[in-house]
Design a protein around this ligand. Structure first.
Ligand code: PBG
Length: 327
């Protein structure tokens, strides 16, 4: 005689792989992936980023090649960051129409008009001190930074950017950028706001990649404290009120609670940024043979979707496309 008769047997649904597929709650589509790319001056330059294996600082011609490859794999959107030839005190170098990202956008659009180009907007890659805004009295001055951010956004839109993605965390930037875009005839250009962007150690490898580490202090007077979830929702709410079309949570994996709460509460399109440190940890562990890279990548991507994100910005995007294409 059997000692136990469970009334509930969830395992019934797990024995058959066809059934497992039938009842799976989450799916991945290449429509949801955005690949971040770094553009630098030069020609035929493909400078490996040591801390992010498989990623490069690309000269404009190489950037176009990379976009072609991504497009052939089914990736439809890229997020661009710039490594400029020269930097200045307040990031004005990024507001000029001949700046490096603007050059990259025009070159991609010429060859691949359908590639959806999202331009990151921030000053940290363009300032000598590496902070995201203009320094006044030792502080990143909020309101004067809004001016360079707005000018940078308009110039990027003029170059052909399909979407603007401000990552600076100044107060009021979404409203300021929305107004500047509208006044210059770019009222159709959407804004994806890095709304809940936390001051995070997970950005370490990116600062190598973009050469944007702050030369003094840290970013904790503008990026959020990772202990705070309610505050993240307030940031998201403010950005929606100022005109954000898509809101983002960044980093992704330590903040899935924020993604889930925000999706529940606001019902707007959401993006999660699976950042450099999250990428590099997977790479390092798999290069050591400690984890199965492809399985870990897919578990991460499905988990982010399950948490409620619509879009995923990830350096794994290329690999994800290969896996989904069975390559
Ligand atoms: C610029 C910016 C950063 C990232 C995206 N935009 C770095 C930072 O805030 O220091 C990080 C992306 C990553 O780690 O992958 N402000």
């Amino acid at each position: 005689m059997r000692p136990l008769f469970p009334t509930s047997r969830p395992r019934r649904l797990r024995y058959n792989s066809v059934l497992r597929e039938m009842i799976s709650e989450t799916s991945l589509s290449l429509n949801d992936f955005i690949m971040p790319l770094f553009v630098r001056p030069g020609k035929e330059e493909r400078v490996p980023i040591q801390s992010m294996p498989g990623n490069f600082q690309l000269s404009v011609d190489e950037l176009v090649k990379e976009c072609k490859e991504l497009s052939d794999l089914g990736i439809k959107a890229v997020l661009l960051f710039g490594i400029p030839e020269t930097k200045d005190e307040d990031g004005t170098v990024a507001t000029h129409d001949h700046s490096i990202v603007q050059q990259g956008i025009r070159a991609i659009k010429k060859e691949l008009p359908d590639m959806y180009i999202i331009a990151d907007v921030c000053n940290c890659e363009y300032t000598t001190h590496g902070h995201c805004g203009t320094i006044i009295d030792g502080d990143v001055d909020n309101d004067s930074t809004l001016i360079t951010l707005a000018n940078q956004s308009v110039s990027l839109a003029r170059a052909g950017a399909d979407m603007i993605a401000p990552s600076d965390m100044m107060d009021g930037r979404i409203g300021a950028i929305r107004k500047a875009l509208d006044e210059n005839g770019y009222e159709k250009t959407p804004i994806m706001a890095y709304s809940a962007k936390f001051a995070s150690a997970f950005y370490g490898p990116f600062r190598d990649a973009a050469e944007s580490a702050p030369q003094f202090g840290d970013r904790r007077t503008y990026q959020m404290d990772f202990r705070n979830g309610d505050e993240a929702l307030r940031e998201i709410e403010a950005d929606i009120a100022e005109g954000a079309d898509i809101v983002m949570v960044k980093p992704a994996l330590s903040f899935m609670d924020v993604i889930a709460r925000a999706k529940d509460r606001y019902n707007v399109p959401m993006a999660a940024y699976n950042v450099s440190g999250e990428f590099s940890m997977v790479k390092a562990a798999s290069e050591n043979g400690w984890v199965d890279e492809d399985r870990i990548i897919m578990e991460i991507m499905y988990s982010l979707k399950r948490a409620g994100t619509d879009l995923i910005i990830s350096y794994h995007s290329k690999r994800v496309s290969e896996i989904l294409n069975n390559k």
